[in-house]
Write a protein that binds this ligand. Structure first.
Ligand code: N01
Length: 537
């Protein structure tokens, strides 16, 4: 426990000790700020603390999905696999917490319940479920973009006597599925990873699929020490390339190099096919960089979608099952799911695909689940049913700005932000990796946004300014630009969580900045150049 006493006043309170929160502690201390971080989990790592389900693994190469702020850290840490599994990434988060002595400012197993702006004192009052009440000049939400799980809500679930698991709240004690009848509900990236593992262990596995996902082999492999040494010698160049790239990953261990320069429709059928074959052989998220217009032009998109469907069909023995696994929406408008042995699971005799489009889930019973008219007898169910993305984590905290306005009420009418980090009426309040932030490598984005916020605070202090918030006009411009960019893409053409479609009643909005990181960085630079977009006191 930290030495801070209740009702202590701090320069900054941070909510969340995931990768963003950890770096913010480090960076704020460098800026000379006193800081306290509240974390609901008993350990650090955020996403990589909670999502400890079998098969959980990153799909951006670790040399790129890692902190860039410390050259020493880059040289000290060795990744064992091209794409590390959850335990290794959690170890990395713990190593960073120890290496930079961050733990003394983290209060664990403590959930922030409310944070309220006191206009007369010009500070935030932060309260927790453990009875803390502290005040702070600045309040930073490092609560994660995909961190608020959707609680399973199915008729009869309270009667079900079998075991229940949520991928994003997996227990520390490993469940045993050997010889047991298990159902997985949900076939997004989490479902796909957990299914691939549990298929090899369970006696009988039912995969309950509503919307199939486009998949691609991850092509994971152990890190070759010689290649790792070479990479470490070139880290500075790699980071520069990442920062100048659209999405913050550069396919570093492949011969393919972003950015693409051609439309999928500008090349011959053979050349296009060869490009897609290369991408599939390279694996991971490499199709995002195939052509300039895969996410902008439906005809281009369909060339990639059809190729991906062919790849799915080729790996499934039963053509009827293969068709059920083939998505029909525009590819990449829902997250592409890199996988290892996922599709082969459906060739196993102990795995059954239950297509919920043919017959929906009716209800749980004491000993199973009724789908259509059929009862599936179950010992356990695994929910991989997704998250209230971007806004969910903050919506679950009572956040009140000026005039008692809650952030939830503000966003109920439509999403608004300035630079994907702040909003008018909530002074000295910032979020990292949150609504309207770029679709970008989240660790590097956290570094950029934390640096931006700390530099801004340093400038404010130098000018004796106590309070800052965006002006409505500046915010409206950023929102307009974000929406215009989003509407110019194919994302609105399918139902997906990027648009808020997976949550009933959530207003349909472009939740992410889809304009790429360099263009986002330019907006941030312009906004800070002369303060004209901000109200300061
Ligand atoms: O969540 P999801 P996720 N009945 O929302 C289904 C990151 N991530 O946790 O689409 C039946 O994608 C739902 O069906 P539908 C990554 O960014 C990364 O899997 O609503 N089904 C869908 O199939 C990813 O995109 C990694 O028709 C129901 C699934 O549940 C993000 O996290 C690994 C249902 C939810 O899929 C979220 O992925 C894991 C219902 N009532 C996650 N409700 C890697 O780095 C929901 N579903 C590899």
């Amino acid at each position: 426990m930290p030495s801070h006493s209740p009702r202590q006043h701090l320069d900054m309170v941070i909510v969340g000790a995931g990768f963003a929160g950890l770096y913010m502690i480090h960076r704020a201390r460098q800026a000379g700020l006193s800081v306290m971080c509240f974390e609901a989990g008993s350990g650090v790592g955020g996403t990589w603390y909670w999502n400890r389900y079998p098969g959980a693994r990153v799909d951006i190469e670790c040399v790129e999905y890692s902190y860039s702020f410390s050259k020493e850290l880059e040289q000290e840490w060795d990744w064992s696999e091209r794409y590390a599994s959850q335990p290794e990434i959690e170890r990395y988060a713990n190593y960073v917490a120890d290496r930079f002595e961050l733990r003394s400012d983290i209060v664990h197993s403590t959930r922030v319940t409310s944070t309220v702006f006191d206009a007369s004192q010009r500070h935030w009052v932060i309260r927790t479920d453990q009875g803390h009440e502290v005040t702070a000049d600045f309040c930073i939400m490092a609560t994660g973009l995909i961190s608020a799980p959707i609680e399973p809500s199915f008729e009869g679930l309270e009667d079900f006597t079998g075991e229940q698991y949520l991928t994003s709240r997996w227990p520390a004690q490993k469940p045993n599925f050997e010889n047991r009848r298990v159902a997985v509900i949900g076939t997004g990236s989490s479902g796909i990873q957990v299914i691939s593992e549990v298929a090899e262990e369970a006696g009988q596995l039912y995969v309950l699929q509503r919307t199939p996902a486009y998949t691609i082999p991850l092509q994971n492999r152990p890190v070759d020490p010689e290649q790792a040494a070479k990479m470490k010698a070139q880290y500075a160049e790699l980071r520069e390339r990442q920062r100048n790239s659209f999405s913050g990953f550069t396919l570093v261990h492949s011969d393919l190099s972003p950015p693409p320069t051609l439309s999928a429709l500008e090349v011959s059928d053979e050349a296009r096919r060869a490009e897609y074959e290369n991408r599939w052989a390279s694996g991971g998220l490499s199709p995002y960089y195939a052509f300039t217009d895969s996410l902008l032009n439906m005809e281009s998109n369909q060339t990639l979608a059809e190729f991906a469907r062919e790849k799915i069909r080729a790996r499934i023995d039963d053509p009827v099952i293969a068709e059920k696994l083939c998505p029909q929406y525009p590819i990449l408008t829902r997250r592409l799911s890199p996988e290892t042995r996922y599709l082969e699971a459906f060739n196993r005799s102990n795995v059954e695909l239950v297509d919920l489009l043919e017959a929906p889930i009716h209800r749980f019973t004491k000993q199973g689940l009724v789908v259509g008219d059929t009862e599936l007898p179950l010992d356990a169910v695994i929910f991989a049913t997704g998250f209230d993305v971007m806004t969910g984590a903050m919506d679950r905290i009572d956040i009140r700005g000026r005039d008692d306005l809650t952030l939830k009420a503000r966003w109920a009418e439509g999403l608004t932000s300035h630079l994907g980090m702040m909003t008018e009426g909530f002074p000295n309040f910032f979020w990292i990796n949150g609504p309207h932030s770029p679709f970008y490598n989240p660790i590097l984005l956290a570094e950029y946004q934390c640096d931006f916020i700390c530099d801004l605070i340093t400038d404010l202090k130098a000018d004796n300014i106590e309070v800052i918030e965006p002006l409505p006009e500046a915010e409206a411009q950023y929102v307009q630009l974000t929406n215009d960019i989003g509407n110019n893409t194919l994302y609105p053409q399918s139902e997906n969580y990027y648009m808020g479609d997976n949550i009933e009643g959530k207003p349909r909005n472009t939740l992410f900045w889809f304009g790429g990181f360099p263009f986002y960085r330019k907006q941030c630079r312009l906004a800070r150049a002369d303060w004209t977009g901000f109200r300061v006191e």
